[in-house]
Design a protein around this ligand. Structure first.
Ligand code: PMP
Length: 425
């Protein structure tokens, strides 16, 4: 029987010693109150919370879990390195192996630099693109997420206009808006940031047009600016290389993070020879950027990416889930919009402007053992096999049924309402 007694106690204790009880996107303040803030353990496709409830995990740590929590070959590689040494006085020799593995795996990459979080990688790419020709301006698609540093964080508190003085916003997937920006800032543009797909929270997700990607490439070439694909979230989920490789559009820099070591902390900037000169100039570092255990985990993750059918299987599982949910929603009289690639599906309901229907449905799923996010895209891992998907679908069917019975009494989420009204003002 699902219970959240311990979760409530933990939240109460956390409120006293951690601002808001938790910060950033992993805070559950915007989620329905039933969503647990703290977890006890994870294995394969499953998570257990502090009350002992188990869930099939569709958030996968917001991306890092690609092969399943605790996937044995990657855990073994990490353990072997841990026994040898982790944070040493310099990097392990395996850093060279890892850089070689990335250069072999990702088409545009001639070199690699490693850091910890996605924000480290995007910030490094920003600095590098400015160093490339000594220019200031970064083109940034309005509303896209590139991390939590002052130049890119989505919340304004503590940010001053100067932090973003040289950031110019353009419209994602709009080639004309890129053309206009290059015309207006002729000779001043250092780099163009693009996420490989539109994967923002609270909105439908989609793949951009080929014309947009090609225009970004062409304008960067014509103007000697760098094209930066932020593959932190989507990297290796859509392709075995950079996510724009299937489009035939190669960036100068790509930022990877999240799943490249299946949950071990490491991120990367992968660059072409064109950007190598600037990469040699910038000073970037961090105390833990060279720890060897995540590098060993990343080498093994890349091997799994090369040698398993993970890409085909996660796609098949995503398609199976999508088809099952579509049929269930229709049978229960709901219109569930499933957008974005099926391996990273976004799930939102029609006629649900304040998200109360989606929130209630995910609570019903949660109580039946499936952790589905009400406003962020989900992730499918290699551990989400047919049996796991079918178990989920059994839960979601009951969740739709329960939702029908609650439709007359749903309330919007109070903290979310505050946020949406502050945005609208
Ligand atoms: N870029 C994108 C596209 C992301 O999705 C994220 C994380 N959600 C980041 C950058 C920042 O990564 P991190 O949270 O590891 O700093």
């Amino acid at each position: 029987m699902w219970s959240n007694k311990r979760a409530r106690e933990l939240k109460e204790r956390a409120e006293k010693v951690i601002p808001n009880g938790m910060y950033g996107h992993e805070s559950t303040r915007l989620l329905p109150e039933e969503f647990p803030q703290f977890f006890h353990r994870a294995e394969g496709a499953r998570l257990w919370d502090a009350d002992g409830n188990s869930y099939i995990d569709y958030v996968c740590a917001y991306g890092p879990n690609l092969f399943g929590h605790g996937y044995a070959p990657i855990e073994e590689a990490a353990r072997r390195q841990q026994a040898l040494g982790d944070t040493m006085t310099g990097p392990s020799e395996i850093m060279v192996d890892l850089a070689e593995a990335f250069v072999a795996q990702v088409q545009h990459a001639d070199w690699a630099m490693f850091c910890k979080n996605g924000t480290d990688a995007t910030t490094m790419a920003m600095t590098l693109s400015r160093a490339h020709r000594g220019r200031k301006i970064i083109l940034y698609a309005t509303g896209t997420y590139h991390g939590a540093a002052p130049w890119c964080t989505p919340r304004p508190a503590g940010i001053i206009p100067e932090d973003r003085a040289a950031i110019v916003y353009y419209d994602y997937n709009d080639p004309q808006s890129l053309e206009d920006a290059f015309r207006q800032y002729d000779g001043q543009i250092a780099g163009v940031f693009a996420t490989p797909i539109r994967h923002e929270v609270f909105v439908d997700n989609y793949e951009p047009s080929l014309e947009y990607a090609q225009t970004a490439r062409r304008l960067c070439d014509e103007n000697d600016a760098l094209l930066i694909v932020d593959d932190v979230r989507a990297g290796f989920r859509l392709a075995r290389g950079c996510s724009w490789e299937p489009l035939g559009v190669l960036p100068d820099l790509a930022c990877f993070g999240k799943c490249i070591a299946n949950g071990y902390p490491i991120s990367a900037v992968l660059g072409s020879d064109k950007a190598r000169g600037a990469a040699k100039e910038i000073f970037v570092t961090g105390s833990f950027w060279f720890s060897a255990t995540p590098m060993a985990a990343a080498i093994e993750t890349l091997k799994q990416i090369r040698t398993t059918d993970y890409l085909e299987r996660t796609r098949a599982s995503g398609d199976r889930l999508r088809a099952g949910l579509e049929a269930q929603a229709a049978a229960h009289g709901f219109s569930l919009r499933q957008t974005g690639p099926s391996v990273m599906p976004q799930m939102l309901f029609d006629d649900d402007p304040d998200f109360r229907v989606g929130y209630a449905w995910t609570v019903e799923c949660l109580k039946r053992g499936s952790y589905i996010h009400p406003y962020h895209n989900q992730f499918i891992s290699y551990a989400h096999d047919d049996a796991v998907i079918d178990e989920t679908l059994a839960a979601t069917d009951l969740a739709f049924e329960a939702l029908k019975g609650r439709m007359g009494s749903l309330e919007p989420h109070p903290v979310l309402m505050q946020l949406l009204s502050a945005k609208a003002a």
